[in-house]
Write a protein that binds this ligand. Structure first.
Ligand SMILES: Cc1cc2nc3c(=O)[nH]c(=O)nc-3n(C[C@H](O)[C@H](O)[C@H](O)COP(=O)(O)OP(=O)(O)OC[C@H]3O[C@@H](n4cnc5c(N)ncnc54)[C@H](O)[C@@H]3O)c2cc1C
Length: 383
């Protein structure tokens, strides 16, 4: 077994770190761009950074060359995520296009769709959002009802979505619609790629602790979507989404941000004489163990990917361990530093607010626990 990073991976991390050091000023690290850029200035900052990444082919390094990538290893994709999460994820929502929306278009898109979207993603120009959840369909997504009815060369879409992140600035929505209400629930779903400036598309932000721009509600009234904007076959959406999201569970190595916050917390405890308290030492140690466990779980899944093995249920366990690490770190940060830990837009506050919602976003913690119990531990359903 080989635990060392390869020379290429180490070199990649070194170059990337030098680039990040040059491009991300110290002040941005302490008060990073919110992952949900709200103002035109924040958005401009994200675009400027991703354009510079793209110029070095570092926005989509793991993509095939024919689609603008450089066929870098799964490890280099991870290194990219780790380095960027440690400075507050300055790609904004672009991580989503890079990690799974682009790859879904590569796998299921028509040549015209690939031409239209993939180049814009590799150049860092595309902003997408994900329109899956509905008021009555979250964990149980197959209950979604947003309806699309074929009318000639178009679909007419009616319904609503909720908790849609990155809207604005998203100009495209990766939208799940029900095209066959008579079929078994997961058989009647289709993916449409919808422009968010289409007539009949309205959104309303939902204020919340994770940041004003983190969620929106979407209302779709007689929105006409050309059939040419359908991804894959009609009623094949469930398979497309499952395949596209397979690796997304480990797509955000947020344990890297948690680790930095933990180091800051430890420094705070040392500077304020709090290390004398056994409870503080215990909490810090527990959080450190959680961060390391998350890192190793994610690396195990990346190793499967690097070896081109089929995605396994370990990805669910890895996702759980990342959420757990964020929660442990958030808890000890607040216990040690009090309100300083949730001060405005600090890295620590980012970790804290994210930890509050991380157990829901991209599939809830409890539902993931169920999956681990049945798929990984072999326990009977409902045990
Ligand atoms: C920060 C954030 C960003 C998001 N961004 C998006 C986005 O961009 N696009 C999008 O479509 N959606 C998005 N979501 C929505 C997210 O996918 C849903 O919140 C999630 O799927 C859970 O659905 P729900 O909120 O309806 O909760 P529910 O499914 O109603 O769950 C409520 C609670 O019940 C528990 N529960 C549910 N079923 C079970 C079960 N079978 N066993 C045990 N416990 C269960 C859950 O764990 C949870 O604690 C986002 C959510 C968050 C928090």
């Amino acid at each position: 077994m080989e635990f060392e990073w390869s020379d290429e991976d180490q070199q990649f991390r070194k170059e990337l770190r030098a680039f990040v050091d040059a491009e991300i000023p110290e002040e941005w690290r302490e008060h990073p761009i919110h992952r949900y850029p709200d103002t035109p200035a924040e958005l401009a900052r994200v675009c400027d950074f991703t354009r510079k990444l793209a110029e070095r082919s570092w926005l989509t390094p793991h993509w095939p060359k024919e689609y603008g990538g450089s066929e870098a290893s799964a490890w280099q994709h991870l290194v990219l995520g780790e380095e960027l999460w440690s400075v507050g994820e300055p790609r904004g929502s672009q991580y989503m296009s890079v990690n799974w929306i682009g790859p879904a278009i590569m796998a299921f898109g028509t040549p015209e769709q690939k031409d239209e979207h993939l180049g814009r993603i590799t150049r860092g120009e595309a902003f997408w959002c994900q329109g899956f959840s509905e008021p009555d369909a979250g964990s149980d997504l197959v209950r979604m009802k947003t309806r699309a009815v074929r009318d000639g060369d178009e679909y007419v879409v009616n319904g609503s979505k909720i908790w849609t992140s990155h809207l604005p600035p998203a100009e495209w929505c990766f939208l799940l619609v029900r095209t066959d209400p008579e079929a078994r629930p997961h058989k009647g779903i289709t993916v449409l790629m919808l422009r968010t400036d289409s007539p009949g598309f309205e959104s309303r932000r939902i204020p919340n602790v994770a940041g004003e721009g983190s969620f929106a509600e979407v209302f779709l009234t007689d929105v006409r979507v050309p059939v040419s904007q359908r991804l894959g076959e009609e009623n094949d959406g469930w398979r497309i989404v499952r395949q596209a999201l397979q690796f997304e569970r480990i797509g955000s190595p947020r344990y890297q941000r948690a680790q930095l916050v933990l180091e800051q917390t430890q420094r705070y405890a040392q500077e304020h004489g709090l290390m004398e308290r056994p409870q503080v030492r215990l909490q810090l140690a527990r959080a450190r163990a959680a961060v390391e466990a998350a890192r190793h779980m994610v690396w195990t899944v990346v190793d499967e990917r690097a070896k081109q093995l089929p995605a396994s249920a370990l990805a669910y366990a890895a996702r759980l361990s990342v959420v757990r690490a964020e929660r442990e770190v958030a808890e000890v940060a607040v216990c040690v530093a009090g309100r300083n830990a949730v001060d405005a837009s600090s890295l620590s506050a980012h970790n804290y607010f994210h930890a509050l919602t991380a157990g829901l976003a991209a599939g809830s913690y409890e539902v993931n626990l169920n999956l681990v119990s049945t798929m990984l531990l072999g326990l009977p359903k409902g045990a």
